[in-house]
Design a protein around this ligand. Structure first.
Ligand SMILES: *Cc1c(COP(=O)(O)O)cnc(C)c1O
Length: 395
């Protein structure tokens, strides 16, 4: 391919470069768990290379070492992230765990910026994997980074309140410590963290990349050396993405830009209307006047994204009532699907976060998070407005 291409074109063609030579139009699904080996010495060399995280030789040898269908999805994600490589896993948490293992963070120190996804918070706060963790803020990273810091972890936009963090400033403050960005909310359509100096861009591919609520998966974009370390961990621990899941994910990529653009436009409209609603006390979305204090939209993140949070007057009871009253909008955790989902962070996604830490990040009992889908925003508003009225008047 020559010349720069629009992201809309890139999503359609990413990871499909070998198809014409194969004589096929759609990526084939290779479900082999093992492969015929005609030459033992060649197979021994291939196995040796793959077990150490290297590239496949003549044969993948065994399904835990390499899979061509998964590799095609990985090529696609790497291209969209502007990264040399990417490595896919069976879930976002498996992907994060692999980065912690591959980076030495499990025997060293991690500096993490709250708020992050509840599962990530729990994995670090529980010290289940052995990492020593300092919870920090962007302005304190410089002092909280130690010589043993294996990585600095950040989410931007953050889950669930959509705070934006200046990645170039963070990378500078982190010094020698590499920065891991959870890019799940932004997607490579809106933000490519490696271009701003991050070492890893991690996705819960369960969300926007899959986009249809039918695949659990994770993927990490990074340089070649870090990718080899991640593949080595994946071979050793077996946290694989299946070929069928990879094929579904790859099938979703051509519409990623269209989905994100449509959902983001809907989210922006709903954020505006929610901010005027008498039953709503505040709205968090990067499109709001106070949503981007450092001016990162356009510079780091191409648009505000499709997730927003708001607080319902009346606390937990009112929030539960709104969640229970929507008809079109599904009360459910997760995000990034074609349909709109509403959930209660304090009761669900961030339930496992220490109470004090959650309160400090600004999540209140009345906070709801909305992942806006690609439905007509007018229909979403009618549903949301009716649910807010019912909750408001129901007391
Ligand atoms: C969902 C999510 C994860 C975890 O991913 P799984 O695919 O559920 O394992 C990590 N980070 C963020 C921001 C998420 O939204």
């Amino acid at each position: 391919m020559t010349g720069p291409r629009s992201i809309r074109t890139a999503v359609v063609h990413a990871g499909r470069g070998d198809l014409r030579a194969l004589g096929v139009h759609a990526p084939p699904i290779d479900r082999s768990t093992t492969y015929p080996l005609d030459d033992l010495d060649q197979a021994t060399a291939d196995l040796e290379t793959l077990a150490h995280g290297g590239e496949p030789g003549a044969s993948p040898v065994y399904g835990r070492l390499h899979n061509p269908t998964v590799a095609r999805f990985e090529r696609a994600v790497a291209d969209l992230e502007g990264a040399p490589e990417s490595v896919a896993f069976g879930s976002g948490m498996a992907a994060l765990t692999a980065v912690l293992l591959a980076s030495g963070a499990t025997t060293g120190h991690v500096a993490a910026i709250r708020p992050v996804y509840g599962g990530t918070d729990h994995l670090l706060a529980s010290e289940l994997l052995g990492s020593r963790v300092t919870w920090t803020t962007p302005d304190k990273v410089e002092v909280d980074v130690e010589p043993e810091t294996a990585l600095v972890l950040v989410e931007t936009p953050s889950n669930p309140l959509l705070d934006l963090v200046d990645l170039e400033a963070l990378v500078a403050a982190a010094g020698d410590a590499p920065v891991l960005v959870d890019n799940t909310f932004a997607t490579p359509i809106l933000q490519q963290p490696l271009r701003h100096g991050a070492a890893w861009s991690v996705h819960s591919a369960t969300k926007f990349l899959g986009g249809h609520g039918d695949v659990v998966a994770g993927v990490v974009a990074c340089d070649a050396e870090r990718a080899a370390a991640l593949r080595r961990v994946r071979v050793a621990t077996g946290a694989l993405l299946t070929p069928d899941a990879a094929a579904l994910l790859h099938r979703s990529l051509p519409t990623l830009a269209l989905r994100v653009e449509a959902a983001q436009a809907g989210a922006t409209e709903l954020a505006t209307r929610l901010a005027r609603h008498p039953a709503v006390t505040w709205v968090r979305h990067p499109s709001r006047p106070d949503g981007d204090p450092d001016g990162l939209l356009g510079r780091q993140q191409a648009g505000p994204g499709a997730v927003l949070a708001f607080e319902v007057a009346g606390g937990h009871r009112a929030a539960a009532a709104v969640m229970g009253a929507t008809q079109l909008i599904t009360p459910a955790v997760s995000l990034g699907a074609t349909d709109t989902l509403i959930q209660h962070p304090a009761g669900l996604t961030h339930r496992v976060v220490e109470e004090q830490a959650l309160a400090e990040t600004g999540v209140t009992p009345g906070t709801l998070r909305l992942s806006v889908g690609i439905e007509d925003p007018e229909d979403l508003w009618a549903d949301l407005d009716a649910a807010l009225r019912a909750a408001h008047h129901g007391g």
